[in-house]
Unconditional design. Structure first.
Length: 72
């Protein structure tokens, strides 16, 4: 199993879990720190390309930063 850690908008954790679960068997999302938006995505090495394609496609929805460039 491969694991990556991401920092995403805390309000989007449930949404991201829902999206990830929609791709049956693609990966498992675990919340590490809800307040900081830190999550872990675990996936099989054969799914790496699909996981990173999905992350690339939805990255703008997950960003913890507001569009004016300020950081929380």
């Amino acid at each position: 199993m491969h694991k990556i850690f991401l920092r995403i908008a805390p309000a989007k954790i449930g949404w991201f879990k829902f999206i990830l679960e929609g791709y049956d068997g693609l990966g498992v999302l675990t919340t590490i720190d809800r307040g900081k938006g830190i999550v872990r995505v675990s996936f099989h090495s054969s799914s790496s390309e699909d996981v990173f394609s999905l992350l690339s496609a939805i990255s703008s929805e997950l960003t913890p930063y507001v569009s004016n460039g300020s950081r929380p």
